[in-house]
Design a protein around this ligand. Structure first.
Ligand SMILES: O=P(O)(O)OC[C@H]1O[C@H](OP(=O)(O)OP(=O)(O)O)[C@H](O)[C@@H]1O
Ligand SMILES: Nc1ncnc2[nH]cnc12
Length: 171
């Protein structure tokens, strides 16, 4: 098994003073590493028996679209404001270095569909909480969360209550 941590670089004081940024781009620069990451995350999605994969822009898309292709699952986009063309649900949230709004098309998830969230980094969990709210507005059910890297000290363990969870690398 590849040591994926070696392909996530620490960048101090980016994008703001005091933030230790986890740069996942080396994973993408190494095809065998990217392939292993996608294979492991895809296996988790299948175990969850999810109907839908959902991911936030931009870095979440890098992983989620490859996983959706591999697993033959429906893929739903979570975007920053003003990017989705049809009627959206929207939720405000805070993340490790700022705050924003996330949007999802209102009709992209049907009631009772089982959803797995995919992202690159879990930090404070603000992004994940916002996505859970968006899915609930469409009466879907978040059953799992898979991330490449988990900054375990930055979020409450309660965030993961009731969810199947996969993190390929823990800090
Ligand atoms: O757990 P949190 O504190 O919410 O932070 C995690 C989120 O922050 C990053 O996204 P960002 O909003 O920086 O967007 P990007 O992928 O477009 O760089 C990362 O890709 C996660 O989605
Ligand atoms: N420290 C961090 N590194 C990379 N992405 C992040 N998103 C939120 N916090 C982050």
């Amino acid at each position: 098994m590849i040591d994926i941590k070696k392909y996530i670089l620490d960048v101090e004081d980016f994008p703001q003073q005091g933030i230790n940024f986890k740069d996942i781009t080396p994973i993408l620069n190494h095809p065998a590493v990217f392939q292993e990451v996608i294979d492991r995350m895809a296996a988790f999605v299948l175990e969850c028996q999810a109907d839908v994969i959902i991911a936030p822009e931009a870095r979440g898309f890098l992983f989620a679209s490859a996983i959706a292709y591999q697993t033959h699952k429906k893929f739903v986009l979570i975007r920053k404001p003003g990017k989705l063309p049809r009627a959206t649900h929207h939720v405000s949230y805070d993340l490790e270095y700022g705050s924003n709004i996330l949007e999802m098309h209102q009709d992209d998830i049907q009631a009772n569909e089982k959803v797995v969230i995919i992202d690159d980094i879990l930090a404070t969990g603000g992004t994940i909480e916002a996505i859970v709210k968006l899915v609930e507005l469409s009466h879907g059910q978040v059953v799992g969360l898979s991330v490449v890297g988990d900054l375990t000290t930055l979020h409450s363990p309660n965030l993961l209550k009731g969810l199947s969870f996969q993190a390929l690398v823990k800090y």
